[in-house]
Design a protein around this ligand. Structure first.
Ligand code: NDP
Ligand code: ZN
Length: 351
């Protein structure tokens, strides 16, 4: 089969590989809708995970089952399914401890385009199909549903990590597709003020649609100054980090009220350390919590998330600024993610 792969750090291309084999608990799926992720960019061009050779990229997919393991109960050949980016081993000790995304070791629940071939191929493999797949409802458009693989669960996890509560003032730093879903999640959880930090015009418009009350353009001036001015020097209850770099934590800690929480879902691709400002962290005693996490996977969570689309609580179609038809356009879509033109939020490739 054909797959679009990381050939080595900084190198990508099409390769031929053997079609994956289906174990008794597994499924083999062909793609219907695919989307590249900013994480693919960190992985290939920053070498953030280290060297990988001829590893098929991609972890965001909606597809159709073409082969199914003998022990799978709830899925059959022909079913259309949503595939979460994170596909843990549910029997692992880490999953039993509530951290399935770290099953088998830190970040190891993230298998596609990390430890095994990803979804940018004619066929791909799903481990533990009953636990890791969700049915695609007939009423949900596959292109909108592919945003459920990663963008929605990751953005929503930012709001979970920050424990956004009704009435909270929240600053979402970074409003690419992930941060936009953090804005949407904060709205759904009842936040009061939502400050959205970004600069691309489409992202700013989308942030307003998802419930941002204030826009902070980081290119117009210092983010911290702008937030402190608008909050009369009080800062915010919660910060969600979905963009920026290692130094973003300096601003995030400074703008947080004592007792506040930072929920980070940004993938820090470079550098060895994150600096925390000592004084504004209350000399270590400020009750300012920093939480960072990989999105949780699993069928149960995915079924809940898809119910938001089915019941018109969340419209992910707003994210889809660029549409392609045909597997051969994966490269175009990935390069858009790499170059981030001004009108981009997220590309999708229909097969
Ligand atoms: P984008 O690149 O589309 O968005 C990044 C956002 O950050 C943009 O709004 C950008 O602004 C803004 N930004 C860039 N620099 C700064 C800065 N210095 N200060 C403030 N804001 C800044 O990324 P995605 O939304 O696709 O992904 C966000 C992150 O989430 C990535 O690192 C990705 O790898 C990670 N991720 C993590 C996952 C997890 O499970 N934890 C899963 C999936 C993704 P502008 O409008 O100017 O572009
Ligand atoms: Zn991703």
């Amino acid at each position: 089969m054909k797959g679009y792969a990381m050939l080595g750090i900084g190198k990508v291309g099409w390769i031929e590989k053997e079609r994956p084999k289906c174990g008794p608990l597994d499924a083999i799926v062909r793609p219907i809708a695919l989307s590249p992720c900013t994480s693919d960019i960190h992985t290939v061009w920053e070498g953030a995970l280290g060297e990988r050779h001829n590893m098929i990229l991609g972890h965001e997919a909606v597809g159709q089952i073409v082969e199914i393991g003998t022990l799978v109960r709830d899925f059959k050949i022909g079913d259309r399914v949503i595939i979460p980016a994170i596909t843990p081993d549910w029997g692992s000790i880490e999953a039993q401890n509530g951290y399935s995304m770290h099953s088998g070791g830190m970040l190891s629940g993230w298998k596609f385009s990390n430890f095994k071939d990803g979804v940018f191929a004619e066929f791909f493999h799903i481990n533990e199909a009953d636990a890791n797949l969700a049915h695609l409802p007939d009423t949900v458009d596959p292109a909108s549903a592919v945003m459920l693989s990663d963008m929605v669960p990751t953005g929503f996890h930012g709001a979970e990590l920050a424990d956004v509560q009704y009435g909270d003032s929240v600053c979402v730093i970074g409003i690419g597709p992930v941060g936009l879903m953090s804005v949407a999640a904060s709205t759904l959880r009842g936040a009061g003020k939502i400050y959205a930090v970004g600069s691309r015009p489409n992202c700013i418009d989308a942030a307003k649609e998802y419930g941002a009350t204030d826009i902070v353009n980081y290119r117009d001036g210092d983010v911290l100054d702008q937030i402190m001015e608008r909050t009369h020097n009080k800062g915010v209850d919660k910060v969600i980090v979905a963009g920026g770099d290692n130094d973003t934590f300096i601003d995030a800690v400074k703008m947080l009220k004592p007792g506040g929480i930072i929920g980070n879902v940004n993938y820090l691709g470079q550098g060895d350390y994150v600096r925390i400002p000592r004084l504004e962290w209350g000399c270590g005693m400020g009750h300012k919590t920093i939480a960072g996490g990989l999105m949780p996977g699993g069928r149960h969570r995915m079924e809940k998330l898809v119910s938001l689309l089915e019941n018109y609580r969340l419209d992910t179609s707003i994210l889809l600024t660029h549409k392609f038809n045909g597997l051969e356009h994966l490269e175009d879509a990935l390069m858009l993610m790499k170059d981030k033109p001004k009108d981009l939020i997220k590309p999708v490739v229909m097969i």
